[in-house]
Design a binder for this molecule. Structure first.
Ligand SMILES: Nc1nc2c(c(=O)[nH]1)N[C@H]1C(S)=C(S)[C@@H](COP(=O)(O)OP(=O)(O)OC[C@H]3O[C@@H](n4cnc5c(=O)[nH]c(N)nc54)[C@H](O)[C@@H]3O)O[C@H]1N2
Ligand SMILES: Nc1nc2c(c(=O)[nH]1)N[C@H]1C(S)=C(S)[C@@H](COP(=O)(O)OP(=O)(O)OC[C@H]3O[C@@H](n4cnc5c(=O)[nH]c(N)nc54)[C@H](O)[C@@H]3O)O[C@H]1N2
Ligand SMILES: [Mo]
Length: 826
């Protein structure tokens, strides 16, 4: 059956219900350029989505050397053919007329075109000069969660062994550092325990600070299809906002933002009080139960209700849900990771699963989610604050092993201190010890907290900044050298989604102008710098994506993220979850079936930290605590937020996402269907709070914090009292690439208001749970806020704004497979 649907108006498309334990039916979604029919497509090129972490497998349609559309891949384990709105329309950004097509260098104050040779020689010259004069610590790299595995691995080898700097991190620090840290704290090592296939089996799905409907719409489709089938799961949603998830939840807890630890400690208290714990599992696979039980002993529902401002009954019902089920799937994302006590809270979700013995079997999983499409690879390749292959920087044998793989002396690889987190790299640049910053695939002039400060850092004369991007972003405009990159569809490489599924994404078309794949840029730099191993051979000995992949396979061998059983040929058939080895040739659906495997002192990636202070646990302490390598039940007491509400700043402020945009909109802002669905900045407030303050839909308001302010129209939603929410997608420019400063006044990026502060354990910035005030600038005069109506920003009065729709340009196909055509397996 074929359906044509406006997928802006109906983001999740048609339902294909299935029962518990059943197979998720296939539905193949596609969208082609208007007027084009499938028979006019010349080639279909395999790829996966690069606009979220879900890893939706797709094919790129090519005609006349151009990308003309996409369709989902029916046989892939992740999406069974489905695509979300950004997947369906986002490809159009590749062909934007304002793509960067030549390198630019700063001359006499402005950026002017240069040859590749001139731009790369300038960078190599500066690198050599700084190395000679100030040493490797004067050079920093700030990368992303949006390049390919092959690129991160190459960058890591260059930075850690070629240059020898410890200052290499990704914007993954803003994104999934807490996911990685929570897994290290509990299981000794990064690596997602669960699988998306757990959705097929779970009888309760609990989502903590995760608006999956908008940020991983295809995973939400899987949940929606279970909800409409036989024996549906029950949903628990913990989110201050009325997200699409909250609207369908059996229990919606809308706590004050910043109070996750209080709420979770209460749930743990109830599980222990009612005896809903698996003693056998705890004894066999965990340490730390006595400490945890003592910590949560006073955390009654009455206590948590006061802190979280959630009814006691709702807390008890939530505890009933997770205590009464047999197969529990939990997911965690930015409402935890970017909020107060981030790692402490994320670990308590792990603790729920350990207490209940619900791990490693169908329907029993924790998904400490990723956000960006390739964030998992940033982490495993060591392009963030880790060594490659989840090696422990404090374990000399791990460092020696890495040195063997790279054929360098161990002392070549900096391991005198933990790899420098991103916020500290920017601090060093501010102070002047970092003098060159190479930024790839990220737009910190919009996405880092406290933008006035970020602009000042990047604008300094003494800091030499290289920006590698597709567009002349807010960040690129502050650079000394801008390198035009090729992207998804224009280059080949692999990446790994939030449930460890590795996909191959192939080049479909040529990049515009002289734009080059990030891998080629890095290889060019390595050649110019002539980095050598200890025998005088080339340090970077590979020359294309497939040989880079092979090099990574050698580095991953025997590690938790073992890729040795994979190949480009194998991946052509669809996604495979790591570890994939000779013994597990089809990959590994779930980790830790028999308890944790990488927590023993000699093999663990980290000895852990104190969840409240962030102080490191020493090797000796860890050996005493966890000699047999069990899972660690780490306890944490609730503390009030650092920046609490006050008379001057009486409201809590969170920032985040909407369904239709990706981050700083460099791609989605250039896609007509997506841009039209959410064209401009807005502010969300709940109806009760608005009424109390005499504010109404569409009013132009200022939201101010001690850092700065934004001005935008107000959307009145069904959100709880005491909270404000800002989407963070809108940067300085009105339309990306345009020349008009955005908004009624220039201040409209959410990060003008956010604080320079981070979780003590993961060092992830706190983009949620700040304090702010709101003031009326002028009445809305009947004009509603430009916020979507299909999402968490739906107006509380349905007639307050026209329904979000995409019209004919947004029509997409959904092909529902006959049962006979269905793929086998999950
Ligand atoms: N459409 C779209 N999808 C995306 C992205 C995008 O930009 N746009 N980006 C991708 C990336 S990189 C990421 S990291 C993910 C992020 O995906 P999500 O984490 O799902 O998205 P956010 O909107 O950042 O935050 C989720 C929710 O946290 C809630 N929240 C705020 N404070 C608190 C709190 O203190 N406690 C709790 N429990 N909840 C709180 C907010 O109300 C919000 O609804 O999305 C990925 N997918
Ligand atoms: N206030 C607030 N701030 C936040 C967040 C929040 O919730 N609230 N969330 C944080 C999170 S989770 C994240 S992940 C960050 C995201 O923040 P950013 O990483 O700054 O956001 P993007 O817009 O995705 O920037 C990616 C850049 O890479 C470019 N790019 C895309 N593909 C390629 C490629 O193949 N090669 C190269 N070289 N460049 C490419 C794009 O054009 C774009 O400029 O924002 C963080 N900041
Ligand atoms: Mo993210």
């Amino acid at each position: 059956m074929d359906l044509r649907t406006d997928r802006i108006a109906e983001p999740w498309g048609a339902r294909t219900p299935y029962p518990r334990g059943g197979r998720w039916p296939v539905r193949v979604d596609s969208h082609l350029a208007p007027g084009l029919t499938p028979d006019q497509v010349e080639r279909w090129v395999p790829a996966a989505s690069l606009l979220h972490s879900n890893g939706d497998a797709m094919e790129i349609a090519v005609a006349d050397g151009r990308i003309v559309g996409v369709r989902g891949r029916a046989g892939d384990r992740v999406n069974h053919g489905r695509l979300g709105p950004k997947d369906l329309y986002g490809w159009q950004a590749n062909a934007s007329p304002d793509r960067l097509t030549t390198p630019l260098v700063r001359e006499g104050g402005s950026l002017v075109p240069a040859t590749w040779d001139a731009a790369m020689e300038l960078i190599a010259d500066r690198t050599r000069g700084l190395l000679a004069e100030h040493g490797p610590g004067s050079i920093g790299f700030y990368t992303t969660g949006q390049l390919f595995l092959e690129e991160y691995y190459t960058l890591t080898v260059i930075a850690r062994a070629g240059i020898g700097t410890n200052h290499l991190d990704g914007n993954t620090r803003l994104c999934t550092a807490t996911a990685a840290e929570a897994l290290k704290e509990t299981f000794g090592c990064d690596g997602q325990p669960g699988s998306y296939a757990d959705v097929d089996h779970a009888d309760v799905i609990a989502l903590y600070g995760h608006n999956v409907a908008e940020t991983q719409p295809v995973l939400w489709m899987r949940m929606l299809d279970r909800l409409e089938g036989a024996d549906p799961p029950r949903l628990l949603c913990v989110d201050p906002r009325p997200t699409p998830v909250a609207r369908l939840a059996d229990v919606h807890l809308a706590p004050r933002s910043g109070t996750n630890v209080a709420l979770l400690n209460c749930l743990l208290h109830e599980l222990i009080r009612t005896g809903r714990i698996d003693r056998g599992y705890l004894d066999a696979h965990t340490v730390g139960f006595a400490e945890l039980a003592a910590m949560v002993e006073p955390c009654t529902p009455q206590w948590a209700a006061g802190i979280c401002d959630v009814p006691v009954r709702d807390l008890e019902e939530a505890a009933e849900l997770i205590g009464g089920c047999e197969r529990l799937l939990s997911t965690v994302l930015q409402g935890v990771y970017q909020s107060h006590q981030a790692t402490a809270a994320a670990c308590q979700v792990n603790n729920i699963h350990l207490l209940r013995g619900m791990l490693g079997r169908p329907g029993c999983g924790v998904l400490q989610m990723n956000g960006q499409p390739t964030a998992q690879n940033t982490r495993e390749c060591g392009a963030n604050g880790d060594l490659p292959g989840f090696r422990n920087w404090e374990n000399d044998e791990h460092v020696a092993d890495l040195a063997r793989v790279w054929n360098v002396e161990p002392q070549t690889i900096p391991h005198y201190a933990p790899p420098t987190p991103a916020m500290q790299i920017f601090r060093y640049a501010e102070q002047g010890s970092v003098r060159m910053l190479w930024i790839s695939g990220t737009n910190p002039a919009v996405s880092l907290p406290e933008l006035a400060r970020v602009r000042a850092v990047l604008g300094q004369e003494r800091l030499f900044t290289v920006v590698q991007d597709l567009f002349l972003t807010e960040t690129a405009q502050l650079a000394d050298v801008v390198l035009p990159a090729a992207t998804w569809g224009e280059k080949t490489g692999t990446f790994t989604n939030a449930d460890r599924t590795v996909h191959l994404s192939r080049k479909a078309v040529e990049p515009p102008g002289q734009a080059r794949p990030d891998l080629d840029i890095l290889l060019d730099f390595a050649r110019r710098m002539d980095f050598r191993d200890k025998d005088g051979g080339p340090l970077v000995s590979w020359h294309d994506p497939e040989s880079a992949f092979a090099a990574w396979q050698r580095c991953s061998a025997g590690r938790p993220c073992d890729y040795t059983g994979l190949s480009y040929a194998r991946l052509a058939a669809g996604g495979v979850p790591w570890p994939c080895t000779a013994d597990a040739p089809d990959g590994t659906e779930r980790l830790y079936r028999d308890g944790p495997a990488w927590a023993a002192p000699d093999v663990c990636e980290s000895y852990g930290k104190d969840l409240v202070t962030g102080a490191s646990v020493s090797e000796t302490e860890y050996r005493a605590l966890n000699p047999e390598g069990k899972a660690v039940l780490k306890a944490a007491e609730y503390l009030p937020p650092h920046e609490d509400v006050s008379g001057e700043y009486p409201l809590r402020l969170a920032t985040g996402r909407t369904l239709y945009h990706f981050h700083t909109r460099t791609k989605t802002g250039r896609v007509p269907q997506l841009q039209a669905a959410a064209p401009e900045m807005w502010v969300e407030i709940g109806a009760g709070e608005a009424a109390r303050r005499g504010l109404a839909e569409g009013d132009v308001v200022d939201v101010a914090t001690p850092r700065g302010a934004v001005r935008a129209r107000l959307r009145v939603t069904a959100m709880r009292d005491g909270e404000l929410f800002l989407p963070f997608h809108y940067g300085y420019w009105d339309t990306p690439g345009g020349d008009r400063p955005g908004g009624p006044e220039a201040g409209r990026a959410a990060n003008e208001t956010t604080i320079t502060d981070w979780d003590p354990v993961s060092k992830q910035p706190l983009f949620k749970s700040g304090a702010a005030r709101i003031t009326l600038v002028r009445s809305g005069e009947g004009v509603p806020a430009p916020a979507p109506t299909t999402t968490a920003s739906a107006p509380v009065r349905p007639d307050a704004a026209p329904a979000t729709a995409g019209g004919p340009a947004a029509e997409a196909d959904q092909q529902l497979a006959d049962a006979a055509q269905e793929v086998s397996g999950p």
